[in-house]
Design a protein around this ligand. Structure first.
Ligand code: PMT
Length: 401
């Protein structure tokens, strides 16, 4: 959820400020662009150089640089408006109180007051300060402003006392924000099952029957579904690209039968299933247990049919489940895709015509036509697989949920 987001991290003067070095790293790792703002007291605990190096951006704490006589100043309003979200961590009792009352006696507070984006705050203080009625009132007031409260943890405090007041761990802060940003998304609360990539059907221990699928289309669907708020399971064939989003549950499989078993298991819980994998229709009847040796004679491999995963899910499909198939056609494309849609009991089929330039196996782009049960056709022009994935999912949200 944080990929590509502009995150402003406001650090105030608490010993927990040292944890913001890890927090900055995690935010960068999650794909965010990070800028850090310090309160004057925060500089006693963590250096601007450390945070500038980790965030790859200059760190600011004053309206102007006292050594610079050019008269240039740091614009708190621009910075507040730049951010997609602001995190104040650690938020000391002093800063909470100023945020709640509108006091604005430092650069960080000026940025906070200018920010129109969601603001998260993670308090850090000693246990009695944390439980003090003034703190509780400030937290409540900030929540009434729409600011999001990330509760402190319990454990050993800098004072040596044990109790509540430790700043939430950086991993928990990132997790909290990621989940919060998903709220209100079109696929929030939906479980989406996607399969992708090829299958490999063993001929012997070193050879297989496969195809050219890279898995890019299915991975794009998984990432877009996740960014639209879904809980995503991805059943992925061998050698396929991997999603960058680590919250997507990935199940690696090799053969069509393994893919079938995993998809059938996950389909029971799924609200939406999208089958983009290029599954081998046939497999060798008997895979050799040892490498087949060259004998100077032609050999024949007997192939038998694999299970049709999509058709099987179509038979299991409940009233509230949405099933989307793909169709890869080289002739009579529309006609064949419509036949597959009905035969496999899909709600929607995505027709791929690999003969079109930039479309199908391996490319970063695709050109497809969506066909629904009423046989309405929605052609989507050549776009990145990610954009095509977005359009497929948007179509599902608009017409099938
Ligand atoms: O992975 P990429 O390189 O990004 O390429 C993407 C893609 C071209 C593989 C993808 O966009 C695509 O078209 N996938 C479907 C490929 C295919 O096998 O189509 P099909 O017409 O043979 O199958 C129709 C549907 O039945 C598909 O949803 C397929 O997953 C499913 N099927 C087919 C056979 C089988 N035994 N079980 C199945 O579930």
């Amino acid at each position: 959820m944080l990929r590509g987001k502009k995150v402003l991290l406001g650090v105030t003067g608490s010993i927990a400020a040292y944890k913001t070095t890890f927090l900055t790293r995690l935010l960068i790792k999650a794909g965010a662009e990070v800028k850090v703002v310090l309160s004057p007291a925060a500089r006693d605990f963590v250096t601007p150089l450390t945070l500038a190096t980790l965030s790859k951006n200059p760190v600011q704490w004053e309206y102007f640089d006292r050594e610079d006589e050019s008269g240039e100043w740091h614009n708190h309003v621009d910075l507040g408006l730049w951010a997609d979200c602001m995190i104040i961590a650690p938020a000391t009792s002093n800063t909470l109180s100023k945020m709640a009352s509108g006091a604005c006696d430092n650069f960080l507070l000026g940025v906070y007051m200018s920010a129109k984006c969601p603001v998260y705050f993670a308090p850090a203080m000693d246990l009695d300060m944390y439980k003090h009625p003034a703190t509780l009132e400030n937290i409540e007031k900030l929540q009434s402003f729409g600011n999001r409260f990330i509760p402190a943890g319990t454990g050993e405090l800098a004072s040596g006392l044990e109790g509540e007041g430790r700043m939430a761990e950086p991993e928990d802060i990132v997790d909290f924000i990621g989940k919060d940003l998903l709220k209100g998304m079109p696929l929030e609360g939906k479980k989406v099952l996607i399969n992708a990539g090829p299958t490999h059907e063993a001929i012997d221990p070193v050879r297989f029957i496969g195809n050219h699928s890279s898995g890019k289309m299915g991975v794009a669907l998984a990432e877009r579904a996740y960014s639209m708020g879904a809980e995503v399971s991805l059943v992925l064939g061998p050698g396929s690209v991997m999603p960058v989003e680590s919250s997507i549950a990935v199940y690696h499989v090799v053969s069509a039968r393994e893919m079938n078993d995993k998809c059938r298991e996950l389909f029971q819980e799924a609200d939406i299933a999208i089958l983009s994998a290029a599954v081998a229709d046939y497999r060798p009847k008997d895979a050799a247990t040892q490498k087949i040796k060259k004998s100077g004679e032609d050999i024949h491999i007997q192939l038998i049919e694999n299970p049709d995963i999509l058709k099987g899910l179509g038979e299991l499909k409940g009233d509230k489940q949405v099933l989307v198939g793909f169709a890869l056609e080289t002739q009579n494309a529309i006609e064949n895709a419509i036949a597959k849609l009905h035969k496999k009991n899909c709600d929607l089929i995505v027709l791929n015509t690999p003969s079109k330039k930039g479309s199908g196996f391996g490319h970063d782009t695709n050109e497809v036509t969506l066909i629904d049960r009423k046989e309405n056709q929605y052609p989507l022009e050549l776009k990145s697989k990610s954009e095509i994935a977005q359009e497929i999912l948007q179509h599902i949200c608009n017409h099938l949920l």
